[in-house]
Design a binder for this molecule. Structure first.
Ligand code: ARG
Length: 565
């Protein structure tokens, strides 16, 4: 497909303006307003190379450049504004969409490259709560985007199934546990035990010691401790699977902390050999003072391993196993320090791939009325949030009196889509407040709005009995609304690549929201079913192309579409 920026750069290069092709390309801007053209080139830097007043340079260039693909080229002061020929541009963009369909925007830039994405990574025996939504949904979108761009992706759920908290669980079970009670409502009952233990141990050193001792039992392979832990894990995973099923998210593996702990002993040896370990108050640490980082505790004073120790072993294991080009950690920004330490330690160990271990942080989600902490026990289960989203969507749709055949299935897709879109619309680093009214607003920048736009487009096509033909020429659609819509469809391909480069699915969410808004503007200003058959056909094709791109965009975000709503 033609790249107009490239074209403009070539045109300007041939005018001998004293800049290289790259310099020209990088100077080209997209003007803030449509009446300033589709592309703009500021001539200020040319004052030096051409020794003339920049406004005069712009004026001369506007006259001397061949138009070809452009309708006109004008100058406003020192800016050279390019107005693309609409018919030409629409044929290019729509032709490409209609040819590639759901592969529109697909690239092979990731060919022969492997990328590991560590996301969701929930902790067993703890609730899968609303706080986990971000890593889960952002990670899944990043997986889809990378696959779309040709990467081999390993989606890994690094479940937290190891560490001192399991000592707490085991100690609590030893004191108050009852198998039947737990089996009746696993996560809630385990949570109750965990919370009770933490509360009572708050000022009880003996209980804290018991918890640490229980974790040591687990690490030493004590039969009772191991079998309890296995059971906690099994019942927790069953619960998590329900939520992943609702979200329609799958992983290539669940290799978590316990799986990788088998690779810790050689790592400890290596750290020792490389003279990186120091003793400090009974524990073994890597001192990172020279790098302005707090020391990383590798082995705790009671002999237990630590979170970071497992992460070091895991990174090395992943490199050996997958030979990744990138190893992404989609984890809250609260763990910034942890990942800085991890990278630095890998670097000090001499592993060059430390550079490819990339933390993808994100901000906090909070509810207006509740906290998300599991320690205190006030927790909002993600499963409940999803069910509520489905119920609320159903109520809204019943209210709107829509003629949907399968309202339950539709509410499920739209409701869960709303939760996901809400996560993905804002740039990930921002903290945000989870607000039902905002997320389910059918007229806002939301999932339901985009899904509704898709369904609207499909309904137009159904009513018109639209069938794809051949030999199209988009000569009639040239209104500002139609052209803006085509421009937003064109931007989609770029958005996909930028989303990957910045690890930012919100770029795609915003792009499809923009497409939806442009489509609705077009729909409201231009009648589609006009008498002029050719105009009607072109408008139907525009509608069809829009539906294809919205569907693909949502799919990249892990969101499904419905044909009617
Ligand atoms: N389970 C951890 C938590 O809930 C997140 C794990 C992230 N991944 C990692 N390799 N450290 O905080």
């Amino acid at each position: 497909m033609i790249d107009l920026k490239e074209l403009i750069s070539k045109k300007l290069e041939s005018q001998d303006i004293g800049l290289s092709y790259e310099e020209i390309y990088n100077l080209i801007e997209i003007p803030p307003q449509d009446d300033m053209g589709d592309y703009s080139f500021p001539c200020f830097t040319l004052a030096k190379t051409m020794r003339k007043n920049p406004a005069m340079i712009a004026e001369d260039l506007a006259k001397s450049i061949d138009l070809d693909e452009f309708e006109r080229i004008e100058n406003v002061n020192a800016y050279l504004n390019f107005f693309v020929d609409r018919t030409f541009f629409e044929n290019e963009v729509l032709g490409e969409i209609l040819e590639k369909k759901h592969d529109y925007g697909r690239r092979d830039i990731g060919k022969c490259k492997t990328i590991v994405i560590d996301f969701s990574s929930v902790n067993i025996a703890k609730p899968f709560h609303i706080g986990h939504i971000r890593s889960t949904v952002i990670g899944d979108a990043l997986r889809n985007i990378h696959k779309f761009l040709g990467y081999d992706v390993v989606a890994t759920n690094y479940i937290g199934d190891y560490g001192t908290q399991f000592g707490t669980m085991i100690a609590a079970y030893r004191l108050w546990g009852d198998r039947d009670t737990i089996n009746s409502d696993p996560i809630n009952e385990l949570l109750k035990l965990y919370v009770r233990y933490n509360t009572e141990a708050e000022d009880n050193e003996a209980m804290k010691d018991d918890a640490r001792a229980a974790f040591r039992d687990l690490e030493n392979g004590d039969e009772e401790a191991v079998s309890l832990w296995k059971w906690f894990k099994e019942i927790s995973l069953q619960e998590f699977e329900k939520v992943y099923g609702m979200l329609d998210i799958k992983f290539d593996n669940y290799n978590g902390e316990s799986f990788h702990s088998q690779f810790m002993p050689p790592v400890l040896e290596e750290l020792k050999e490389k003279n990186l370990l120091e003793e400090s108050e009974g524990s073994l640490i890597v001192n990172l003072r020279d790098y302005d980082l707090t020391p990383a505790i590798i082995v705790k004073s009671n002999g237990s391993s630590a979170y970071i120790t497992r992460d070091i072993a895991t990174a090395i294991y992943r490199k050996n196993t997958y030979d990744f080009d990138e190893n992404l950690y989609v984890v809250a920004s609260q763990q910034n320090l942890h990942f800085k330490q991890l990278r630095k330690i890998l670097e000090l160990m001499g592993y060059d791939f430390y550079k490819d271990c990339i933390h993808i942080p994100f901000g906090m989600v909070s509810l207006k009325d509740a906290t998300m902490s599991t320690r205190k026990g006030q927790v909002v289960f993600l499963e409940d949030v999803l069910n509520k989203a489905i119920d609320k969507t159903k109520a809204i749709m019943e209210d709107r009196n829509s003629d949907i055949e399968n309202i339950d299935e539709t509410s499920r897709i739209v409701g869960i889509g709303a939760v996901k879109f809400n996560e993905l619309y804002n740039s990930r680093i921002k903290d945000y407040v989870f607000d039902w009214d905002e997320l389910l607003n059918f007229d806002g920048e939301t999932g339901p709005y985009v899904q509704y736009t898709y369904a609207r487009a499909k309904s137009v096509l159904r009513k018109a009995d639209f069938k794809e033909g051949e030999g199209l020429n988009f000569a009639r659609i040239s209104s500002d609304e139609e052209f803006s819509l085509v421009k937003s469809l064109d931007s989609f391909t770029d958005a996909v690549v930028r989303a990957k480069e910045k690890y930012e699915p919100s770029i795609i969410a915003r792009s499809i929201c923009d497409i939806a808004q442009n489509f609705n503007r077009f729909y409201n200003t231009s009648q589609i079913m006009v008498d002029d058959e050719e105009l009607k056909t072109e408008r139907l094709y525009l509608t069809y192309a829009t539906s294809l791109v919205i569907k693909e965009g949502l799919a990249l975000l892990g969101i499904k579409t419905v044909e009617k709503m």
